[in-house]
Unconditional design. Structure first.
Length: 103
């Protein structure tokens, strides 16, 4: 069974996909800085990230200077909430430099 999961790579790429395991989102010998689950709120133009990866743990946002986000999400507010404190939301598009990549 697949689930909507995301990871952050060592080079700062946000990668999303419907996969069984978070490690299925890695390409080649990439390293991962954590991940979790995602949902898209089309009404609010938000990309909602939450939780943590069972393979790699929670995203290590503090290690990312520039987050490389697929161009398809340009204009979306990216929000992350921890599974440990769901009331604590981090607006990634406000806390990080964002570079949109891809077609």
């Amino acid at each position: 069974m697949t689930y909507p999961k995301f990871i952050i790579t060592l080079k700062g790429h946000l990668r999303l996909g419907m996969v069984n395991l978070h490690k299925d989102l890695l390409i080649g010998g990439e390293q991962c800085l954590g991940g979790g689950y995602y949902e898209i709120d089309y009404d609010k133009n938000q990309l909602l990230l939450d939780g943590e990866s069972s393979d790699f743990g929670p995203p290590l946002w503090h290690l990312i200077e520039t987050l490389k986000v697929p161009k398809a999400y340009q204009g979306y507010t990216i929000v992350y909430k921890s599974k440990y404190d769901p009331d604590d939301k981090m607006v990634i598009t406000s806390t990080h430099k964002i570079e949109y990549v891809g077609n």
